[in-house]
Design a protein around this ligand. Structure first.
Ligand SMILES: NC(=O)c1ccc[n+]([C@@H]2O[C@H](COP(=O)([O-])OP(=O)(O)OC[C@H]3O[C@@H](n4cnc5c(N)ncnc54)[C@H](O)[C@@H]3O)[C@@H](O)[C@H]2O)c1
Ligand SMILES: O=C(O)C[C@H](O)C(=O)O
Ligand SMILES: [Mg+2]
Length: 483
């Protein structure tokens, strides 16, 4: 059973101390499998005490716990709240002015009439938008709500908490201002037109949770038609972090990427990009599996990217289901949906199995059940060791792209980001429970940023050279080796 801090509740109870003791309440909580992790006294007098008790419990236990407590004499259950909902009240981000407007003089600078001359300066030279507006430090995080985590097409309003979360992490981890935007259209042309129309305000576009195959066309068209980086996080952010996790897992198992058998399940946005990146890094044996089984080159597919994947994987022409694909696999990478992988299939993997079960919020296999039988297990979640999640990539890669005013985020910049993430974990630190740095490791964003800027300069897509990269200093900076 997966347990996490998100399965916690706060119960406000009023207790008549002459009738029932707090010990009896605690006992009732434990009888339904709950753990009391915090107690806050809200009010107390001689007769009664009101407390907020925070309880960690299984997902199904909310009703049980409420019933148990209501059965106790002398106890009133005022309400139950969920701390995860509490942190979402009113949304998770806000916009703050950078300077206070205290008097008319300030007002006349930041607003009419002063602002007009700044507008005209930009009108004469639109590049000045980078220096005189929020553009140089701001990205749009844009979704149409069609592939939100593994929850599917839940609509633009329901996608907002994820986009707000990404915006929060952009700011907290990398100082990038990010604006969450959810579009009320699923039409490819409409999405492209809308994003092009709002692009002037932004230094980059981070596409998020847009379902495949539309996401591929949307991204490639926007890349062609805009001169700022456009990055579909579920494709490339995920692929960057997967490659980093794989580099480090192979450092542990002493296997070479060229020699291993890799199964990728879920050939959508994330899956296609992961396969491309693994092939680029030297992988030779990959089986791509979706709902109807292993992709094979003698089939033709409606989705042209599946055709591409089929032509570039499965050189041995293996046919069958995921279960067949798992025979002798060294690595399983899941970007599909919940509980797709069975323990029995894990038992048929090669020695030192590596499993990245990355579907969110419920992975392809319960990591606690798989752990005893594998060398490395990673998920996309923050409540287990080895979190392989694109949050390790997007803050740093955009920090780098914005700092050098890159016109795009290219393959070299992505590879540089993967290596930066992988080699943040030193040989001494590397172990089965720590193949990937924590997002709270302060070195990660800076390392990614530096390597990404360097790669952008070397590939000619940087439109500004940050001072620390000027002159010979650039040549002195060492590129991180791939292995
Ligand atoms: N950990 C991370 O950083 C990360 C990043 C991106 C995506 N993801 C997760 O990966 C999953 C897919 O995301 P996406 O953006 O690629 O979505 P997507 O909709 O573009 O693709 C999902 C693909 O998985 C396939 N699929 C679904 N259930 C399957 C099953 N039972 N067996 C085989 N194939 C199945 C679908 O047919 C589809 O091709 C989601 O759960 C998402 O949360 C995780
Ligand atoms: O949002 C996440 O946690 C990762 C990823 O973008 C996903 O869609 O699952
Ligand atoms: Mg996503």
């Amino acid at each position: 059973m997966l347990k996490s801090s998100s399965n916690s509740l706060i119960l406000r109870i009023e207790l008549d101390q002459k009738v029932t003791t707090f010990g009896e309440v605690a006992n009732a909580v434990s009888l339904v499998g709950g753990d009391i992790v915090a107690i806050d006294v809200i009010r107390s007098d001689k007769q009664s005490t009101t407390r907020d008790i925070t309880v960690n419990l299984g997902e199904q236990a909310e009703e049980l716990i409420a019933d148990r407590i209501r059965m106790l004499p002398g106890v009133v259950l005022h309400h139950i709240s969920d701390p995860t909902f509490l942190v979402h009240l009113g949304g998770k981000i806000e916009i703050q002015p950078k300077i206070p407007v205290k008097n008319r003089d300030d007002l006349s600078k930041v607003y009419t009439p002063g602002v007009a001359k700044v507008c005209m300066a930009i009108h004469e030279n639109p590049d000045k938008a980078f220096t005189l507006t929020i553009k140089r430090n701001t990205v749009a995080v844009i979704s149409d709500g069609t592939a939100v985590l593994g929850l599917g097409d839940i609509g633009p309003e329901a996608a907002m908490p994820v986009m707000e979360g990404k915006a929060m992490l952009f700011k907290q981890l990398a100082g990038v201002d990010a604006v969450p935007i959810c579009l009320n259209t699923k039409d490819t042309e409409d999405i492209i037109r809308t994003i092009k129309n709002i692009a002037p305000a932004f230094g980059g576009i981070n596409l998020e949770d847009i379902s495949s195959p539309r996401c591929f066309e949307i991204e490639s068209r926007l890349k062609e038609e805009l001169d700022i980086p456009v990055f579909h996080d579920d494709q490339h952010g995920t692929a960057v972090v997967v490659l980093a996790g794989l580099i480090n897992s192979l450092r542990l198992t002493k296997k070479r990427i060229e020699d291993i058998r890799i199964v990728v399940v879920g050939i959508g946005a994330a899956g296609v990009s992961i396969i491309k990146m693994l092939l680029g890094a030297g992988a030779k044996t990959i089986l791509a599996v979706d709902r109807q089984g292993i992709l094979t080159r003698d089939n033709t597919y409606e989705n042209p990217l599946w055709d591409w994947v089929a032509q570039n994987t499965n050189q041995e022409d293996r046919k069958g289901s995921l279960s067949d694909a798992m025979n002798g696999a060294d690595v399983f990478i899941g970007v599909s949906g919940p509980n797709v992988l069975k323990l029995e299939e894990v038992h048929r993997m090669a020695s030192d199995p590596i499993i990245f079960a990355m579907a969110n919020p419920t992975p392809e296999i319960d990591p606690e059940s798989a752990a005893p039988y594998v060398r490395v297990i990673a998920t996309g979640r923050s409540d287990f060791p080895n979190q392989i999640n694109n949050v390790l990539c997007f803050p740093g890669i955009f920090r780098g792209a914005l700092d050098c005013r890159a016109s795009q985020i290219n393959e070299e910049m992505k590879l540089a980001a993967s290596k930066a993430i992988a080699f943040t974990v030193t040989d001494d630190e590397l172990n089965e429970q720590y193949i990937i740095p924590s997002i709270f490791n302060e070195k990660v964003v800076q390392e990614i940023r530096d390597q990404v800027v360097q790669a952008a300069i070397q590939t000619g897509v940087a439109r500004r050279i940050p001072p620390e990269f000027k002159g010979s200093k650039l040549l002195e900076r060492k590129l991180t080796p791939i292995s």
